[in-house]
Design a binder for this molecule. Structure first.
Ligand code: GP9
Ligand code: MN
Length: 660
């Protein structure tokens, strides 16, 4: 017998068990490294009440076992490489989620990925959201990459030389072992995930999956990988299988909500139609928070023009934005369609062809010339598609503007207003013009010459830049009003100005510096959720400061009332702002206020874990104080979601559901 032929299999056997050991070790290393990253992710988000507990660790481990299980089915010599690739993919996912969360306080979902163009356009903003400590997420690659590449090389060499000596094909025993190991990883992983999730959803998180208010509540139970798994399942179910359908009873109940709430949308008979036939201009200002109105920095007014306008218009001091992941497009939708935005993604992207009763659509039906104005790419937020459906006659987008004043992503607001007003004055009257500004977009850096405020120690910080951009927008507004006056349009127009959403700048320090007093939890919640609302009526009537709570959904019913257009047959939510207090304003994350209390839901979705603030003491109060409004707040979000996702307005219009 040839001695060499005997010796080789022994050597090969030893090497093969070394490879097997390396394969196992790399799996253990994969689990450990990814656990570390998921823990880092959770700690960095620092969502209140969401620190990881034992169950969360088990769920994280279980989902990693499932995610890595398939690598057992490959030959051992490939497993380290496959695990490295999986590690890379999951690390990038964690990193992307982290950046996204810092800006949006939410997780990436498939609908968001489908609107990925918007995220990549954040450009500079993204850079400012990356922190140097995030490098930790990639440290293991320094060790893993050389080790794995070395391993693959050695093993491939060995494999080639082994093949030269041993003939023979597949090893059925090994294959069985690998199949069993993969299956075992899935089973153990599934048990580790399912037991805590089942426990949570049958006790304190009951109904979580049937009524998702906020992605973070799902994440809190399922962990990050589980969240993405659930999101993919939800998406596939909705798209490929037509989603869950509503029962006839649910459809009727949804329709009934609108008829029952018709009185909310109606105002005093005496002012119905008082401004019929007036033009309407709405200015939706990017990231414009309310705290800047009336505030001074180093003795300088931040918004002198808007401050002066308070005397001749209605100024709402407690006006809430109601946006979700769709940001600017959500504010646009809430105001123009009078419905709540979606819990995930943007209506503009997800349901651009569904039926809605909109301000432009209803005004066009009354003979108005309707135009949308926004100096950015027409495809952003799918606007050019959605705007046709919403009833705009035309959409003036970036390509229609002369870029004579470059600021940030596009032409500055001063030039934007000037060119937009020029266009609308050449259109038939009456007109409805909806304008979206952009100069004050995150990260708020204006050209040096446009920075006119002395922001003291905050110079060249994001907060200082933000104040500069607010001041700039205010100047642009001043010029726009002067232009409208000069063209004789100001007193023939209802002019509206509001902020689309918050500015994504966290931290209380700069705010307490600016305002000269400590900033409480409730102060901060208000500042992040309140944007200004100004309405100037053609004759300057009803001017003054309104301290009643209000939200973006209330704008359309109020304008329609003044214009004398009945909303009885239309499916808008919201209230007439001319009604006295007592409104319930519901935010997309499930927060709500009636003006006397402000409720903030907890991440686990349990009512009693939420926080209730009392507006008189401005302190936390017993959560039961917020209970009376809870059911109605949830109902509103459900009604709105049903209408949007199931295209119910189309059904209501066609069928017996319509009011007799
Ligand atoms: C761009 C603008 C972006 O068209 O809508 O604003 P965002 O949605 O990022 O706030
Ligand atoms: Mn915006």
């Amino acid at each position: 017998m040839n001695p060499i032929r005997q010796a080789r299999p022994d050597t090969a056997g030893r090497k093969s068990s070394a490879a097997s050991l390396f394969g196992w070790l790399s799996f253990v290393f994969f689990l450990a490294a990814m656990m570390g990253k998921l823990i880092y992710f959770n700690r960095t988000l620092a969502i209140p009440n969401m620190a990881m507990d034992r169950d969360d660790y088990l769920v994280a481990l279980g989902s990693l076992l499932i995610a890595g299980s398939w690598t057992f089915w490959a030959k051992e010599r490939w497993r380290p490489l496959l695990l490295l690739l999986l590690n890379a993919a999951l690390t990038l996912l964690i990193f992307a989620d982290l950046i996204y969360f810092r800006y949006f306080q939410d997780f990436i979902t498939i609908p968001v990925l489908l609107q990925a163009g918007q995220v990549s356009s954040l450009g500079e903003s993204i850079a400012s959201l990356i922190h140097s400590k995030d490098l930790r997420l990639f440290l293991d690659w320094l060790v893993l990459i050389p080790l794995t590449v070395g391993h693959v090389r050695i093993r491939s060499r060995e494999y080639r030389s082994r093949r030269a000596f041993i003939s023979g094909g597949r090893n059925p025993r090994r294959m069985m072992q690998r199949a069993a190991a993969g299956l075992l990883a899935i089973i153990v992983g599934a048990v580790l995930v399912a037991v805590p999730v089942k426990h949570a959803t049958s006790t304190w998180a009951k109904g979580l999956f049937s009524s998702v208010w906020w992605s973070a509540s799902v994440y809190n139970i399922t962990g990050l990988l589980g969240f993405h798994g659930y999101d993919a399942y939800r998406y596939v179910k909705e798209k490929m299988m037509g989603g869950s359908s509503l029962s006839e009873a649910e459809i009727k109940e949804t329709e009934a909500w609108f008829s029952a709430h018709l009185p909310d949308r109606q105002g005093p008979a005496s002012s119905f139609g008082r401004y019929a036939g007036s033009n309407v201009i709405i200015v939706q200002a990017e990231a414009f928070e309310n705290f800047v109105i009336g505030a001074k920095v180093n003795g300088q007014e931040i918004t002198p023009n808007l401050n002066a306008l308070r005397k001749e218009s209605l100024y709402f001091t407690r006006f809430f934005h109601q946006t979700g992941q769709g940001r600017t497009s959500d504010a646009d939708f809430g105001v123009n369609a009078g419905l709540h935005p979606l819990p995930s993604g943007s209506v503009f992207i997800r349901y651009p062809s569904h039926a809605f009763d909109t301000l432009p659509g209803m005004l066009r039906a009354e003979g108005y010339r309707t135009g949308a104005f926004h100096a950015y790419d027409a495809g952003f937020w799918n606007r050019y598609i959605m705007y046709q459906n919403m009833g705009y006659d035309f959409f003036m987008s970036k390509k229609d503007y002369v870029l004579d004043e470059p600021v940030g992503w596009t032409v500055g607001d001063k030039s934007f207003f000037r060119q937009s007003v020029e266009r609308m004055s050449s259109e038939p009257k009456p007109f409805y013009s909806f304008l979206i500004t952009l100069a004050s977009h995150h990260p708020y850096k204006l050209p040096e010459a446009a920075q006119k405020l002395d922001v003291g120690p905050y110079k060249d910080t994001m907060f200082g830049d933000y104040l500069q951009s607010m001041h700039y927008v205010d100047e642009a507004v001043g010029e726009m009003i002067a232009d409208l006056k000069q063209r004789g349009l100001w007193d023939k127009t209802i002019w509206v100005f509001y902020g689309d959403h918050d500015n994504s700048i966290g931290g209380t320090e700069p705010l307490s510096w600016l305002l000269g007093h400590p900033v409480s939890k409730l102060d901060m919640l208000e500042m992040k959720n309140q944007v200004p609302l100004f309405i100037h009526l053609p004759d300057g009537a009803q001017s003054g400061t309104y301290d009643t709570v209000a939200g973006q959904l209330d704008v359309a019913p109020t304008l329609l009332h003044w214009l004398g257009i009945d909303t009885a047959g239309s499916y808008m939510m919201g209230h007439n702002l001319l009604q006295p207090d007592g409104r319930l304003v519901v935010l997309r994350n499930g927060s709500y206020t009636d003006g006397s209390v402000f409720y903030v839901p907890s991440a686990d979705g349990l009512f009693e874990h939420g926080t209730c603030f009392d507006y008189v003491s401005r302190e936390k109060t017993d959560v039961t104080r917020c209970q009376p409004q809870e059911a109605e707040a949830k109902r509103r979000l459900t009604v709105s979601d049903r209408v949007i996702m199931h295209n119910l307005i189309k059904r209501f219009r066609q069928s017996s559901y319509a009011e007799p």
